[in-house]
Every structure is written in C-alpha cells, then in structure tokens.
Design a protein around this ligand. Sequence first.
Ligand code: TEU
Ligand code: CA
Length: 561
Amino acid sequence: MTPTTGAPAPTRWWHTATGYQIYPRSFCDSNGDGIGDIPGIVSKLDHLADLGVGFIWLSPIYRSPMADNGYDISDYGAIAPEYGTQADFDRLVAEARARGIGIVMDLVVNHTSSDHRWFHAAKASEDAPEHDYYIWRPPAAGGGPPDDRRSSFGGPAWTFVPQLGRYYLHLFSPDQPDLNWANPALRAQIYAMMNGWLDRGIAGFRMDVIDLIGKDVDAGVYEEGPHLHAYLQEMHRETLADRDVMTVGESWSVSRDTALLYCGRDRAELDMVFQFDHIRQGWDPVLGKFKPRPFDLVGFKKVLNGWQAALADDGWNSLFLSNHDLPRPVSRYGDDGRHRVASAKMLATVFHLMKGTPFIYQGEEIGMTNIAFTRLDQFRDIETLGHYADQSAAGVSDADFLAGANANGRDNARTPMQWTSGPRADFTSGTPWIETNPNHAFINAEADRADPNGVFAHYRRLVHLRRTVPVVAFGRYRPFAEEDPAVFAYTRTLGDDRMAVIANFTDAEVRFAVPDDLALAGTCIVRNRNPRPTIADVMTLEPYEAVAVLQGPAESAVSAA
Ligand code: TEU
Ligand code: CA
C-alpha cells in the first residue's frame, strides 16, 4: 500500500454527502400528462430531505425532442416544456437548498440533438461556422461509411447527408450527432453555458460519457482519446475553478490505471468518475449487456476491492449499483421475491459503507424491482429497440432477446416511482409514459416508510452514518475473504476506530470462518437481521444477512442498530 505523502487531503462537502439520482420523466407528474416534471420533484423534496441526501443528480431537463429521454439536447439554455419553466427550475434550486440539498445537473456535451440549431446550421452549409461543431468525414475510398464503428444503440455510427456528400459521426443514435471538441469556438460556447447554470446556484455537474470528448477519429481512438485531459483541464479553468461544486464524470472506459488522470487531487479536472467495471463484469464479453452472465461474487469483489485500493490515497470513488441505464440491484444482485427487503438492505450496506460517495437511484431506497415485460412493444428505449433490430437481423429469437432485455435493458428500471398503492402508484393522475410496475400494490414509498424495518429506514441510517461517523466517510479500506464465493467482508479504519462489514450475498445460510483481523467487539451499527455486537471465530450468516460493527471511540456517538 502506498503511504500518503504530503499534506492531508482537504475535506469537501461531498465527501460526507450521499447523492440521489432523479430520472425526471419517471419521478412525479404534477399535471396529469403522464410525464414526471419539476413541480412534481419539488413536491417530493421532503421525501429526500428525510432520507438525508446532500445532493440530487438530475438527469437532463433541457429542451429536447426526447429521442433518448433528454440525452439529446436541442437547447442547453432552456428547460424542456414538458418538465416545466425556468421559474420552476429556480424554485427547485431554492427549495432544495432550503433543505440542505444541492442540485447537480446532467451535462451532455459529447453530442447534441440533431434538432439543435447548431446542427441545423451545420447541415445547411459547409461554410457555416457551426459546420465544424460536428464531426464530418467523406465516404471511404470504396464508398460507404468512413470506418466500421458501430453506434452504442445499434447500427453504424455514421450517417450520410446527401446534400453535403459527407457522413457525420454519432456514437449514439443518428439523432445524437457528436460534437467536435477540437473546435475552440464550440468549447467556448459550452463553457459559457456551464457558467450560466453554475451562476444560477447549482451544486455541480454529472458529465455524460465524458471519456468520449477527446476522441481522435482519424486515429480510430474514440474512448479516452488523446485530447481528453487537456479539454477537462481547460473546462476546469474556465468554469469550475474557485467554485465549491462537485463533478462526476461518467466513463465506460476508465480503468484503475487511468482513473487518477481524471480525479487525482492535483489534476484540476474532475472530483470523481462513475466507472462500470463491476457492472460489465456481469455481461457476456462478446455479446454484451443483452446476454448477462451469472453473478460471480469473487470477480465482483476483485473489481470493487481493486477500485478501493486504486483510489485509497488520491482521487475519490463513486459508489453505485444502479442508475437509469442499469437493472434494479435487488433484481440483478439480490432476490426480488422472498428476500427482497433483506437483500436490498444487504446491498445498500455493502456499498454505503465503502469509501467514496454513494449514489441512490430513485426507488432504490424503497427496494423497487425490475418490471418484467412480456412483449417487445412494452419497451420504449431507443437502445433496446436499436439492438433488437441488430440482433433479430443476426438471428436472435424474440424470446431470447426479450429475456436479455428484461434482465439488462434500461426501461425495466425506468418505470414510474412507486409512491403509494393507489392507481398508477400515484405517480400520475393520467396515463404514464411507460407502464407502472403492478407490484406497487405492496412496494411503495408510503408503505415502506411506515415500516420501522423498511428499506427506507435502512438507507436513512446509512446516509446518516456517513455524515456523522468519520470512519464511514474516511476510514482506510481493507478487504477480507477475497476468494469466498458467498461473503463480502471488509474493514474500515480511522485512528482508533474500526468498523467491520460482513455480508452474505446468497439466499442460503452460510458458515463463515472469520479471519483474525476481521473479528472485533463493539456496537452493532447496521444490520438487517439480528444484532451482533461481536464478530468472532465462526458466524452462521442468515440468507442475505449484512452486519456492521464499530469498535472504538466513535461508538459513544452512535446508537446501536
Ligand atoms: O450512457 C452512456 C452509455 O454508453 C450507455 O449507452 C450505456 O452504454 C448503456 O446504457 C449501458 O447500459 C449515457 C447516459 O447515461 C445514457 O442514458 C444515454 O443514453 C447515453 O449516455 C447517451 O447520452
Ligand atoms: Ca407532467
């Protein structure tokens, strides 16, 4: 382990905060059009204040044709009319701030919508200054697209514009043309836009696919391209420096070897990255997400333990299992039937007690599950529909595709937030844009919050511990039982405080021989089964049992769970 050199890292507000992701379309609809909106979010802020979160990451709310539910922006300065007005947004920022919650905006600047005025100008004439805001190439020598890169949503990554005789690049759908970051005028426009939002009092940015902005198309380098870090440093200088905000960059290509280039303390780029090694570890290496692999705890731990080690002394981890692109954790990694509540709490315990900033995706805090669709026409997502076209052309049967899409598609976790057992879960008084999970009859915020042993109460405790117990936020991480196929175990240490976390990832009882340095006696601060103030010798863990024990001076400040 590398010893810390130099001065200790300064403490920032987001080191002890927990984030909460809102997918606006599916959170709360205030006007009955079936689409969640900003007034709906404002009406639910007390739910979040009660949970104790420090900031909300708001998926995009800018004006957009919604081909990809807002990840296709047509005006960075405007609020989507279906989500509300500028006044609604300012009210959200103010009302959240009054509850100690910051608003983190989604910054989608790898691409715009094809309906952005820049793209209209770019397409109209090669002489327009905006033409060079996008990435154009002539057809390949023998005709056809410049290279055989595929779009993330199926089909080629290049679309031909006949009147120009050229192709434009879109790493996502044709409705999402990639911006040309090599153009300095474009970069200046983006920084001005960011400053505009920052000046309105937001708490930071989550940056969509930020690893893609530095690409060198002619060299065939798309991920983590040669210009990435120069752009991020320039962006920091022009927008973030001297502001006390939080930034987290989404990167599907970042590795433990490159992470500190984005979030090292002295880099002046980002505060954190969202990395996906632990997620992709469960995908088929060739066929990808629509062909999930059986869950392998040993591999999963290796990845997560490796990230804890890589960012132990510099940088900072983000901690998450779920977002609007991923399946519900309780369905993917736990048991969404009989052991739903216990496994939801177990997963939360393991993630929230690691070192880093945890993110809760809406509904996770009440143990929402994936919906199971039975027909392809129930899906709305551009990614799922695009891959369906590709895979059925490749001979994959509808039944197989449906199984893969239910397991790992994005819509299954985008169903409306389940507020009550009432009609349409009280998400809307109208017809929701995507079906409500029928299990809202028994899985809903009202019922869960009324239960002192509910999932919400468990999350609230974890969020509170991070704020109040320094070893939870800052303690050094040490993994145990790395080869154990059933148990996730680690300690955290800070000064004389030690915390042990032990979790059974299976639906069976497990006999666990406790390694020496993991055993301790103190206060049981988190549990989902019986209290265990002592961890010694051999434990028989119940299905999905999770327990955290604290030993040391901090015990006096914490009540037993
Ligand atoms: O996602 C990045 C991305 O690459 C996804 O397509 C991802 O590979 C896939 O969903 C895996 O499940 C971001 C946003 O989070 C996503 O919602 C957008 O669709 C995408 O960028 C384009 O902006
Ligand atoms: Ca609405």
